[in-house]
Design a protein around this ligand. Structure first.
Ligand SMILES: [Zn+2]
Length: 385
């Protein structure tokens, strides 16, 4: 029994665009997409006035939102606030991301993530631990004194945590994590993402062979592409098994570099969008602190006192709009939905609007503004008309 149908908008299912069609939702999942005049008339009908329905966005790197920074507040309420702040920008699933911090803070963050998932907080997908096992020279905004090598206890804690989390991703540097540890993480089902690392091309390739499947914020916080030393950036592009997150605020990476990277990327791994958003999203805050250091917000940038970037001041629909200018509408949507779903192995249920997928749907206006967001078939946010 179909619960409801949505019609009156074009539908992009992740692969093709359907016109004059209705999308049918049953038990929180996509039942099917049918001709508009074939929609059942014994269920609720939501009639939209134009625009387009697209798969909900998936953001694998979200440090905060709605005034909350995950590092500061490791509890379920905080995670709910972060998810809610991002839903209005089209994000229907996200990984709250903990920036390098003390071991007890990491443990609390993991526990909060497990609780938030078991409480079924809408939008909560799992946890991303960015650090602390990074490279000191490429640590970026991560606190130097907290960066450290992975111990066997750290490895055990991560593997144990994964047993209670549907998705767990960790950003690590080859300088602080061995290939054996990468293999163990991978075998436990943890997504290993290389980042904040000075790895050489060959070191990155061997980490990928050991089980790393992802690269964190391509070009930022890593050995760059040099013609004599292609670095982690080169390995990310040239290794088909690696997916790569990208901050498309046009500040972290020049649009020309984005365009070059997309042309160069060896598949099947893809480049996907992340926001790397901090607590500022959905607020008018002008500054906040990270591990006691002040971060200022101005002109779309978040910067430490030394001028270094500290996360991004952008939401998902804004990065999608930036990407539309480079790759067009359909590919930009896939970079925010299908490709991150593939990167974490969730593309059976997310990243598209085909039969059997979760009804995580975003209604965009013809100007690509977010109008309405459903998660598991229930309205989570709707623009005031
Ligand atoms: Zn980072």
């Amino acid at each position: 029994m179909v619960d409801f149908a949505i019609k009156g908008a074009r539908i992009f299912d992740g692969e093709t665009e359907h016109r004059h069609s209705a999308i049918l939702i049953e038990n929180g999942e996509i039942f099917s997409i049918v001709d508009e005049d074939k929609a059942p008339n014994d269920c609720e009908i939501i009639s939209l006035d134009g625009g387009i329905l697209v798969p909900g966005f998936i953001d694998l790197q979200v440090n905060g939102g709605g005034g909350v920074l995950f590092n500061d507040q490791r509890n379920v309420e905080a995670l709910k606030t972060i998810c809610e702040a991002h839903i209005k920008f089209g994000t229907t699933a996200l990984l709250p991301t903990l920036i390098t911090d003390k071991p007890d803070v990491t443990s609390q963050a993991i526990q909060a993530g497990i609780m938030a998932v078991s409480n079924q907080i809408p939008g909560m997908l799992g946890i991303h631990l960015e650090g602390p096992h990074l490279s000191v020279p490429k640590r970026g905004a991560h606190e130097e004194t907290l960066v450290r090598k992975m111990t066997s206890n750290d490895l055990y804690e991560l593997i144990t945590a994964k047993q209670s989390l549907p998705v767990m991703l960790t950003t690590v540097a080859t300088e602080s994590v061995s290939n054996d540890q990468i293999s163990a993480l991978n075998e436990a089902g943890i997504i290993v993402s290389l980042g904040h690392s000075n790895a050489s091309y060959n070191e990155a390739r061997s980490a990928a062979a050991a089980g790393a499947t992802c690269v964190t914020h391509l070009f930022n916080g890593m050995s760059g592409f040099n013609h004599r030393d292609p670095g982690l950036a080169g390995a990310a592009l040239n290794t088909g098994g690696l997916y790569a997150g990208l901050i498309a605020d046009y500040i972290h990476v020049d649009p020309a570099a984005i365009s070059i990277a997309l042309k160069a990327k060896e598949g099947p791994g893809k480049i996907f969008l992340v926001t790397d958003a901090m607590s500022t999203i959905g607020t008018d805050m002008t500054s906040f602190t990270l591990n006691g250091r002040v971060i200022n917000r101005s002109n779309g940038m978040l910067t430490l006192e030394n001028g270094g970037l500290a996360g991004a001041d952008i939401d998902m629909i804004s990065t999608v709009k930036n990407m539309i200018k480079i790759v067009g509408f359909e590919e930009a949507i896939r970079m925010a939905s299908l490709y991150p779903a593939q990167a974490i192995g969730c593309d059976d249920k997310m990243g598209h609007l085909k039969t059997g997928a979760l009804a995580n749907i975003v209604h965009l206006s013809d100007d690509h503004d977010v109008e309405h967001v459903w998660i598991n078939g229930s309205t989570q946010w709707k623009k005031m008309s």
